[in-house]
Each structure stands twice: as C-alpha cells, then as structure tokens.
Design a binder for this molecule. Structure first.
Ligand SMILES: C[S@@+](CC[C@H](N)C(=O)[O-])C[C@H]1O[C@@H](n2cnc3c(N)ncnc32)[C@H](O)[C@@H]1O
Length: 252
C-alpha cells in the first residue's frame, strides 16, 4: 500500500479530535483537481465537474467543444501526472469493442500500459472502457444508463483503486437508444431487416441521442459516439471525492 500524496491542508495538525476540514484540493482552483486522459469532448469530464472536481482534459486531437476547465492537446501516454488529486483515463475502445467489424489488430490496446502509468502515480485512479474490454478490466464495475434513469443502453466498465458500487441493477425496457458508429439507434422503432433475417432498430435523431445521454454541448456524431453519459462519472466522482477528502490509502 502507498499513501496517496495530496496537497497539505491548512491547519490540519490542529484538527485532531475536532471536526476535520473538508479538503478542497489545489488552492489555486479551490477544488480537487482531476486529470481526464483521452478526454474527447468531455462526457466523463462533465460528470466529474458535477461531482465537484476541477477537470483538466488531455486529448491527442483538438477538442473545440471540450466542456472541462482546461484542455491540453497532448499524447496521454507521455503526459506528466504530477499535480492532480485523481486521474481518470478512457483509452480508445476500438480495439476492444464488439460493435464494429474493424480489424482489431489495427487498433492499439492501451489499457495495460495505462494501468501501469496510473498505478505508478500513487493517486486514486479510474480506467473506463467498453464491455468488450472485460478481460482487460476483470475487477471493474459495470454502469448502464438505465441505472440513472437515462433512455440509453450503454454499458461501460470502470476500474479503480477506490472501492466503487453501482447505484442499482440494469433495467432495460424496450424503449432505449444506443449510440455508436455513425448513428443514433432507437430500439422503440423497427429498422431495416438484415441479410441474415434479424431486424435492426430504427434510426433516432442526433438530438434524441443528446437527450438520451443528457449531453447538450456536443455537435458531432463522433463526439457523442465516443462519449459516456455524465451521470456515470457524476456517480463515480462521489466515491473519488470521498477518498480524496479522507486522504485514503490506495492500493499499489
Ligand atoms: C473513447 S474517446 C473518450 C471519450 C470521453 N471519455 C467522453 O466521455 O467524451 C477516446 C479519445 O482518446 C483520444 N486519443 C486516442 N489516442 C490518444 C492518445 N495517445 N493521447 C491522447 N488522446 C488520445 C481520441 O482522440 C478520443 O477523443
């Protein structure tokens, strides 16, 4: 076990036996600071902001609509991890997802390397990815839009060195959206029949996709298809915030 290193709290030595101060993280921003690696347009970022973090996003591509507090265009695999209270990473999912037929060997599988980097930081961390990455994230928590009352079926795995719980079990009714590739799919509608006889769901509109994910700042299908609903990280963020505030010990 290593002790996570956080910025010192003012007057902490005087707090023994008294009510503890709440930790508000780096003084210059007045909130705990979270680094969101592979941030995209900021689906994860927004949830962490809602949970109470100041969020710095890093992405290799420009993200003109990034919703976080700061954006840095850089390679997440070599970006310095110092100066943050918590680190989140959403490495690209194309090499893991079961929803495309692309040659997976073409896409890097970065979860193992990312885990090593995050563990070496000694900070509370989260790695998020698609259901297809389960063998690379064996002790992860699964979250789904239905757990948050959203009309989106979007299973995502969250691994952390902080104990996480789900709010409840999945609850899929027939009327939900899924968002991947070039489309928003509406399961309440019947779409065209595939060659093998199975029917596709109908198409939904981009605006329906935004509403289903509870996202209002993205303007491109690619941004939305990459994103997770902020509700997931708003939930996970509460556990991280409690850990930061408790100066908790994190597993090596
Ligand atoms: C799955 S998306 C992240 C979506 C984001 N978590 C959200 O909720 O909106 C993965 C992102 O990783 C970025 N990316 C891929 N390789 C990268 C690298 N080496 N360094 C930084 N970003 C990278 C892509 O540009 C893409 O925006």
């Amino acid at each position: 076990m290593v002790r996570a290193i956080f910025a010192p709290r003012e007057g902490r030595g005087d707090q023994q036996g008294k009510e503890r101060n709440i930790y508000y993280g780096n003084s210059e921003v007045g909130k705990p600071k979270l680094l969101d690696l592979f941030c995209g347009a900021g689906g994860c970022t927004r949830g962490y902001q809602q949970a109470g973090f100041y969020v710095v996003g890093v992405d290799i591509n420009p993200q003109p609509r990034y919703c976080g507090d700061e954006f840095i265009q850089a390679n997440a695999m070599s970006y310095p991890l110092d100066g943050y209270d918590v680190i989140h990473a959403s490495p690209p999912c194309q090499g893991y997802t079961e929803l495309n037929h692309a040659n997976k060997a073409y896409y890097p599988k970065l979860i193992g390397q990312v885990r090593e980097l995050l563990r070496s930081s000694g900070k509370p961390y989260v790695i998020e990815n698609v259901d297809g990455a389960r063998s690379s994230l064996p002790s992860s928590l699964l979250l789904c839009g239905s757990m948050f009352g959203l009309k989106v079926r979007r299973h995502r795995l969250f691994e952390s060195n902080i104990l996480l719980f789900a709010p409840c079990r999945c609850w899929h009714d027939r009327n939900f959206y899924s968002i991947h590739g070039h489309h928003v799919w509406n399961r309440a509608k019947m779409g065209p029949v595939r060659k093998d006889g199975r029917s596709r769901p109908g198409y939904g509109t981009f605006d329906e996709g935004l509403a289903a994910m509870d996202i209002n700042w993205m303007r491109r299908q690619k941004e939305l298809a990459n994103a997770i609903p902020p509700a997931y990280t708003r939930w996970v963020g509460q556990f991280l915030l409690a850990a930061v505030q408790a100066d908790c010990e994190v597993a090596e």
